[in-house]
Design a protein around this ligand. Sequence first.
Ligand code: NAD
Ligand code: DAU
Length: 336
Amino acid sequence: VFEPRNILVTGGCGFIGANFVRYVARNHPHVHITVLDKLTYAGNPENIAGLPPSQVDLVVGDICDVALLERIVPGHDAIVHFAAESHNDNSIANPEPFIRTNVEGTMRLLEAARKHDVRFHHISTDEVYGDLALDDPARFTEDTPYHPSSPYSASKASSDHLVRAWVRTYGLRATISNCSNNYGPYQHVEKFIPRQITSIMEGARPKLYGTGENVRDWIHTEDHSRAVWAILTRGRIGETYLIGADGEMSNIAVLRMILRLMGQPEDAFDWVRDRPGHDRRYAIDASKLRAELGWSPMHTDFAGGLRNVIDWYAEHRDWWAPAKEATEARYRAQGQ
Ligand code: NAD
Ligand code: DAU
């Protein structure tokens, strides 16, 4: 068992990174956390506000900044790498920052970890495997071939390959996890679930892409955090673990559930232009994680989880309202 004392969390002011920082601060109070975050449009220091200053430090900076990494990486015993450009639609509009942050940034971190012999955990996505047909009984496993569809997923696939190369060539102590779609508090309003919830709160109609039949495999972000901690501390070096909670659901079913929970008619939404290259279905087989590390999800009631998320957005209007208009303006320009 690896017992980290001083971890560097990249992207810790984003949705999943911040939830992970909060999870570690709450459950492992002896662990010091340095957050490295560039505070792009997706990063918000409020996401980690209120944590003990003796336990959590924020360094505002870019993972591509070699001199900065040289200054802050030494002294940490692990890097947990969440920082990324994360939104498919943005990557279709402008791929460049995705290559820079997700590919070059990961390479810079790997080099720093190698130089200072730091344990590395890479956060990745199930999208690297491409998509499955709606009626295919198969699910993704650690052996599924890479087949990314969007500039975003191709950049994450590249970063996974870099991590594997650093393990094999340089003996870096690294692990990778590929997780399915997360939901929970602090998710940016550009993403599907928060976009629809906050639109309804503003009296606007939700927007469903294409046929709405596309399937995503939903997991609560806290279950993702628990899995990452298990892999960081007990995972085998060089291994990849898939993280998923058997939460497959079509977009239209999720949207109808949100509408119902918010007291709206089930057809109170607009059909809009489909995402180019839209992946049909993701589905994770997390048997390896369950069997090897004894992990299982705690949030198994999706409707109950959605209700909590709706309540969270109702109570945190000040947090999301400033980003809402600019986000919707971007979507309008794309006909979505
Ligand atoms: P997010 O967009 O909410 O947050 C990304 C964070 O990274 C932001 O705080 C941003 O400021 C920071 N960042 C971006 N570029 C940076 C740079 N160059 N240097 C330093 N910081 C930078 O993303 P998220 O949804 O929380 O995703 C986090 C990670 O999890 C990503 O690696 C993503 O690929 C992966 N992932 C996400 C999901 C999901 O459902 N959202 C599922 C599986 C995996
Ligand atoms: O599978 C993991 C991935 O999940 C992560 O790697 C990504 O970082 C994360 O953004 C997410 O990608 P998706 O593309 O699946 O998530 P998004 O929230 O953008 O969209 C979810 C589904 O909903 C997708 O099929 C597109 C659809 N959609 C999305 C929006 C924003 C709509 O129908 N309407 C919308 O307004």
